[in-house]
Write a protein that binds this ligand. Structure first.
Ligand code: ZN
Length: 142
């Protein structure tokens, strides 16, 4: 884990310490999805508000390791303002990247690219994925 923690330490720890868009809203116009990762206690809820095929807001709440919580924060920053089509492409590519599968490197993952190092650590792939999987489920529910 030391190498991974060092690799993109700044961005990951910054989002872990100062999470963006944290806290759920009691607003039924948001789609809410909750996912747990029993292997390391990660427990994340993602809320997404979609209007006219646009992600107008994205929020997260939960607890877990630095990879999991920071990637939820990065997710929300990446997705707000995107069209749902673009959001799906980015999330799909991100999930393939962290799982060490073939993905389209031409798709700009923005700050989420810092999680590329996770693919060297199979035990942490789920940590980096659950917020993004919850987001994909939220899009599918809409
Ligand atoms: Zn974790």
């Amino acid at each position: 884990m030391e190498n991974l923690e060092n690799l993109y330490r700044e961005v990951i720890l910054e989002h872990y310490k100062n999470p963006r868009n944290k806290g759920l809203l009691p607003d039924p116009s948001y789609v809410t999805v909750h996912i747990k990762n029993p292997s390391c206690g990660d427990d994340i809820t993602i809320q997404t508000k979609i209007k006219d095929n646009q992600i107008v807001d994205c929020r997260h709440e939960g607890k877990g390791c630095s990879i999991c919580c920071s990637s939820a924060s990065v997710l929300t920053e990446t997705m707000i303002g995107k069209s749902t089509d673009k959001a799906k492409i980015i999330a799909d590519n991100y999930l393939k990247m962290v799982a060490n599968k073939i993905y389209d490197e031409k798709i700009d993952l923005e700050e989420a690219e810092v999680y590329i190092g996770v693919r060297q650590f199979p035990a942490r792939v789920k940590c980096a994925s659950i917020a993004w999987q919850a987001f994909m489920q939220a899009l599918a529910k809409k």
